[in-house]
Structures are given as C-alpha cells and as structure tokens.
Ligand binder design. Structure first.
Ligand code: PHE
Length: 452
C-alpha cells in the first residue's frame, strides 16, 4: 500500500465524520421511527442510548482506527487475535447491504428535486402520499437508484473526497438553516401544539408497555444515524494524527447529528397533526409526504423544496461514500485489488442487490430492519466487548493522546463499554432478532402471499 494519507486540515476529520453521520438517517429515517414507535417515548430512549452507548462506542471506533491506521478488518486483526478478522467481514457485509437500499432512498430525494423544479409538490397530504408511492417503487425508483449509485462510484473511484470534505462545510449549515426555517413554518400550523406534546412529552406508561419494540428501534436508529457498528469511524480515524482530542471530536459530531434529527421532528409532526394523519401511518414515506405537502403549500415552495431535496441528496452522498469507503478499503488493503476496479466491481454488485427494494416498500423494510435492528447493534456489541474487556489498556493509552488530562473520564468510558453497553446491546440484539422474525412471518409473509 502506498503511504497512507492523513486529513488535510485539522477540521477535515470532523467534517468527513459529520458528513458520514448526517444523511438520510437524520432526515428520512428518524421521523418515521419516532412516528412508528409512539413519539416522545421513542425520543427519550433514543437520546439516552446516544449518550450512554453511542458516545462510548464512537470513541471505541476512533481509538481502534487511530491506533492501527488500518481498515476495519486489518485493524481488528492487528489488535486482537485471528478470529477478530470475522468481525471485519461482518462490517463489510453490513456496509454492502446498507448501501444497496440507501442508494434507492437517496434516489427518491433526487426525484423530489425534479418534482420541485416541475412545480409538482402537492399541498394535500393524502395526494402527496399517493405521489410518494409512485416515486418510491417501479421504474422511477430504479432509474434514480442507478443515477445515485453512479455518483457514489465516481467520487470513490476517482478519490475526489476532498471535494466532499469542502462541500460538507457548506452543506451542514445549509441543512440546518432550511430546517430551522421549516420548523418555524410548522410552528405556525394549527396542529403544532398537539404535535409538540406528542413529540416532546414522554409518557412512562407508553415506554413500559412498548419497550420491547422501542428499545431495538431506538438503538438501531442511534447506530445508523451516527454511522456506528460497521467500521466507518474506524476507517476515518485511521487517517488521523495523534493530536486530536477524540472525546471532544466525538461530542461535536454527536451534537450536530442529534440536533439535526431533532429539528426534523419539529418540522414533520406539526404537518401530520394539522392534516389529521396518524404519524405512524406513512412509514418510510413520512418525510417525503409531509415535506412535499409543506412545500406545495408555500409560495416559492417548489424552489425551496428543490433546494432542500438537493441538499439532502448531497448529504446522502457524503454518507454513502463513507460506507463504500469501508468496503473498498478492505478490498484495496487486504485483497490487493486496485482502487478503480474494486470500486466498480463492488459498486455494481451493491446496485444489483439493491434492485429488489425498488419493487415495494416492504422490501425496504426487509433490508432496513435487518441492518438496523440486528447487524449494526451486533457490530456495536462486539466492539464494546472488544474494547471494554480485551484491549482496554491499549485503548486507554490511545485515548490519552491529544487529551490533556484524561482524569477519571478514561475509566468511566471503559466501564460504560463494559457494563451498560454490553448488557444493553445484548438485550437489543435479542429483541431485534425476535422482532425481525415477527416481521418475516407477519408483514413480509403477507406481502409474499399477496404478490404470488
Ligand atoms: N449515518 C448515515 C445517515 O444517517 C448512514 C450511515 C450508516 C452511514 C452507517 C455509514 C454507516 O444517513
């Protein structure tokens, strides 16, 4: 391998990590998870998990990456003994699967840019929902999946990541500005106060009754949105110099990512409550339906909407690149395949694996639940065990670099990984598997029955 690059600027790493974290997870996935899991009850659990598990696991990934300067497979092999290499493969498979449907959803956002430019947003929520269904499956979905994937391949294949690094600098503020504007618009709607109490005031009874489904959904969402559990943060930290304070960087990344998702909720729910739509109903279409309706309602909404969806598409691009980077860096570093053929070959395979999800939304669920409710949290569990119980001395030594005085923070970090993260994630993985089984024998079996 040629000499390894490091990030060009001090902020390069944070920008790239934020670019990876902020994406469809915050804007598309978060609101419909909240909607399906009962609003504020989900939000509280989600925030707790981000702090108690997401943050420590993120630092764990950073430490592994910076210590080894390798891709996830090589990194785990170097730090642990032989069998840890299989964990790298799990990351590889997870990344492969995520990107296959992520690209399809990102394709929807591209289609919505065109809808805006054509002046086709519909103010009526019911009609907007029908419009969403036609965008999300069939030929349209396939075509835009292809276009998005081609863009990802072009960026990763030619290694022009620096352009993305810069784009993130502009994009993240742009996303925040547009979302804040929309949140103010939503605040003026008739359904706003009902929506706020749904979204912001948790009911302990709901949590007690539904924790079996809230917990895996919230943990999966926390890992997905923070790009954790599949080696992205290992890979990005592997290009890092020793002067960074990893805990501080992690805090910034998590703060921005969580803040953006939170604001999306403030935009979406007032629109649903005003239109009298149950937030659980539109599922994966939530964001598209409500935003299209909001944009359809505003003067110049078409323009604002086109800008917004283009921004989301680019945010999705910077996330997709980080996923493909994990997969490609493994092929390049460990399998000695040249970068361009590795990218094109694996990219085509990912595109093909994503194709079924353009048939019906239930297939998006099929992939998305497997990834979020099982694979990412399993990856997180393994990382927590590995860093918390096995290489904790090395890990502490690595974290200390760049931090002036670690104090008791280091020990707290290791203990968070050892006990709450390991136990919490064990429960989550078990519940996730049960839930997925229910989905396979329920909604999915119904769909198969209807189709055949
Ligand atoms: N965090 C990204 C998002 O929110 C998705 C992602 C998941 C990226 C896992 C990398 C790894 O859209």
């Amino acid at each position: 391998m040629a000499q390894r690059e490091t990030w060009a600027t001090r902020t390069g790493f944070i920008l790239a990590a934020v670019g990876s974290a902020v994406g469809l997870g915050n804007i598309w996935r978060f609101p419909f998870q909240v909607g399906q899991e009962g609003g504020a009850a989900f939000l509280v659990i989600y925030l707790l998990l981000i702090i108690a598990i997401g943050f420590p696991v993120m630092i764990a990934e950073f430490v592994i990456g910076r210590r080894t300067n390798r891709n996830p497979v090589g990194a785990l092999q170097r730090l642990g003994s032989g069998t840890w290499r299989y964990v790298g493969w799990l990351f590889f498979a997870t990344g492969f699967l995520i990107l296959s449907y992520y690209s399809v959803v990102a394709g929807w956002t591209l289609r919505y840019v065109l809808l805006g430019l054509q002046g086709d947003f519909i103010a009526d929520v019911g009609e907007a929902e029908a419009q969403f269904v036609s965008v999300a499956s069939g030929l349209d979905a396939l075509l835009f999946h292809a276009i998005f994937m081609a863009a990802v391949l072009a960026v990763v294949g030619f290694g022009v990541r620096r352009g993305i690094e810069l784009a993130v600098k502009v994009l993240v503020p742009a996303i925040i500005a547009i979302l804040v504007g929309l949140a103010i618009y939503s605040f003026t709607l008739a359904g706003a106060s009902e929506a706020y109490s749904y979204y912001l005031s948790p009911d302990l009874g709901t949590i007690a009754d539904n924790w079996r489904s809230i917990l895996p959904a919230a943990a999966g969402q926390a890992f997905f949105t923070l790009s954790l559990g599949m080696g992205v943060m290992i890979t990005y930290a592997s290009y890092l110099g020793e002067d960074r304070n990893l805990a501080e960087d992690g805090g910034i990344i998590i703060g921005l990512d969580t803040g953006i998702a939170f604001i999306v909720g403030l935009v979406v729910f007032p629109i649903f409550f005003t239109a009298g739509v149950d937030p659980a109903d539109p599922g994966a279409g939530a964001i598209f339906v409500t935003l299209a309706a909001a944009f359809g309602d505003l003067t110049f909404g078409w323009l604002l909407g086109a800008i917004f969806f283009a921004t989301v598409a680019i945010a999705a691009l910077s996330s997709a690149i980080s996923i493909l980077e994990v997969v490609v860096s493994y092929l390049v570093d460990e399998r000695d395949i040249d970068r361009l053929p590795a990218t094109l070959g694996i990219g085509t395979a990912i595109f093909v694996v994503g194709l079924p999800t353009t048939l019906d939304l239930v297939l998006i669920d099929l992939y998305d639940k497997l990834v979020n409710d099982i694979l990412l949290v399993l990856g997180g569990l393994i990382l927590a065990v590995f860093v918390g119980w096995i290489i904790y001395e090395t890990a502490l030594d690595e974290l200390e670099k760049g931090v002036r005085d670690l104090g008791s923070m280091g020990a707290a970090w290791i203990w968070f990984l050892r006990i709450p993260a390991v136990i919490g994630l064990l429960v989550v993985v078990a519940l996730g598997i049960l839930g997925y089984y229910e989905f396979l024998t329920g909604d999915f079996a119904d769909w198969i029955g209807d189709t055949i």
